[in-house]
Design a protein around this ligand. Structure first.
Ligand SMILES: Cc1cc2nc3c(=O)[nH]c(=O)nc-3n(C[C@H](O)[C@H](O)[C@H](O)COP(=O)(O)OP(=O)(O)OC[C@H]3O[C@@H](n4cnc5c(N)ncnc54)[C@H](O)[C@@H]3O)c2cc1C
Length: 407
């Protein structure tokens, strides 16, 4: 049987290798000059290829979509253990962090891509790069797949064209459009795992400063989501993994959102107040803006005092009420959110092909028998930390088995 796979990313390579193992003749079409370009950019070049918490019992916490349980079958059928074993059999050594994040032992995304590329070098896989698929046609039991300069006949087609996130490394809308011609629909798309844009006044002056904080996304006094971790101030707002993890809530949250930062989350209000009073006594006649020197990054400390209204006046003149104002900034520093950055900066596309139009136990289309989809092109997205690649491996492995409920 001839299987045509569209997209040589994480899920497409996994699907191709699985289909070849079943003895099928595989044609893998990739529009870019080489396969796995996005994979090389993952995990800041280290490739966080999976996460031990991507086990099915935790999937509710880590995967999203209009029907998030769609991912459960694939994630259990080819789970984290099977994935790591699969890679180990092809020579990839890995190492895990306490957070469950798994990286190649070499700390190089190129190692993950290397083992996949070498595995693709086999007689029943025909890899064609620089081949952009323009149209898939389906007639009877056959498919024709059209590229700019070729028309290919196939018995089955697997769409692994990814999402539109990470456009600098190859994210495009093609997958949705190709599926649409076959009668499929998609949900609304929005960028996820992406930086937040806020009122830039304070972040701009703190550009490059990092701080540990508890981060709350608030709307009209209600907490929509909370996270903890390192944040990075940028020219346009805030960034960092802990912020990325909240970006989905911001994309879906509508208007009037604030990000509220607590720079001393383990302290109670009284301890904060006592600390500031101690610092005041020690500071004597120094400028009020230096009150938080030694507590936080100096630029951040000065900025919080400034946000409370104090810069050059003498610390000794600050009243209890003034110290309360500084404590308020230290514990509830509020930035109005303007939105998220776009798909070019995002790590993943939230939304995608409607999963009710596919069978979760095979990844086969319910509308077009013999047509399969896997990876990010579907309406499943995961949290930061290796969850998206695990979805790509699991769904690609399932699709590559070319199971069919109709046969
Ligand atoms: C900067 C960045 C960092 C990331 N870091 C991580 C991480 O550390 N851990 C993690 O789990 N996830 C990470 N992700 C997300 C993860 O990379 C993706 O979710 C995953 O690669 C999706 O796999 P996929 O196979 O569905 O799509 P992709 O890997 O995007 O592959 C799709 C392929 O299809 C090709 N294609 C598209 N249209 C056509 C067409 N018409 N014809 C032929 N080929 C086509 C594309 O060129 C592409 O190569 C990161 C993403 C980015 C952008």
């Amino acid at each position: 049987m001839t299987v045509c796979i569209i997209g040589g990313g994480a899920s497409g390579m996994m699907a191709a290798l699985t289909a070849a193992e079943q003895g099928h003749q595989v044609l893998l079409l990739e529009r870019q000059a080489r396969v796995g370009r996005k994979l090389l950019a993952t995990g800041n070049g280290r490739c966080n290829l999976t996460n031990h918490y991507a086990a099915p019992e935790y999937y509710h916490d880590h995967y999203h979509g209009q029907q998030a349980d769609f991912c459960a079958y694939a994630l259990s059928a080819f789970d984290v253990g099977s994935t790591l074993q699969w890679f180990a059999q092809r020579g990839l050594l890995t190492t895990a962090e306490d957070s469950g994040r798994v990286y190649p032992y070499s700390n190089m995304a190129g190692s993950v891509l290397d083992v996949l590329r070498y595995a693709l070098e086999q007689p029943n896989i025909d890899l064609r790069t620089g081949a952009t698929v323009k149209r898939i046609r389906h007639k009877g039991e056959d498919f024709t797949v059209e590229t700019e300069d070729d028309t290919i006949h196939a018995d089955k087609v697997i769409l692994a064209a990814g999402g539109t996130a990470g456009s600098k490394v190859g994210g495009v809308m093609d997958g949705y459009q190709l599926a649409k011609h076959l009668g499929h629909h998609r949900t609304a798309l929005f960028p996820s795992l992406v930086q937040l844009k806020t009122d830039p006044t304070y972040p701009r002056s703190l550009k490059g400063v990092k701080a540990e904080a508890e981060i709350r996304i608030m709307q009209a006094g209600q907490t929509l989501a909370v996270n903890r971790g390192e944040i990075l101030f940028t020219e346009y707002g805030v960034s960092g993994p802990a912020i990325f993890e909240l970006s989905r809530v911001v994309s879906c949250g509508g208007e009037g959102l604030d990000v509220v930062l607590d720079f001393l989350p383990d302290w109670d209000e009284q301890a904060t107040q006592d600390w500031l009073r101690q610092r005041q006594e020690a500071a004597g006649t120094r400028e009020a803006g230096t009150l938080l020197a030694g507590t936080l990054h100096s630029r951040l400390g000065q900025m919080l005092c400034k946000a409370a209204g104090f810069t050059s006046q003498c610390t000794a003149t600050l009243s209890d009420w003034d110290l309360k104002g500084i404590a308020q900034q230290l514990r509830h520093f509020t930035l109005p959110i303007l939105g998220t950055c776009g798909f070019d900066q995002a790590q993943v596309t939230a939304g995608g092909l409607r999963t009710d139009e596919f069978d979760p136990q095979t990844m086969e289309s319910r509308l077009v028998p013999g047509f399969y989809a896997c990876g990010e092109v579907l309406d499943i997205d995961g949290d930061c930390g290796g969850y998206n690649l695990q979805w790509a491996w699991s769904s690609g492995h399932l699709a590559g088995q070319l199971l069919s409920a109709s046969h």
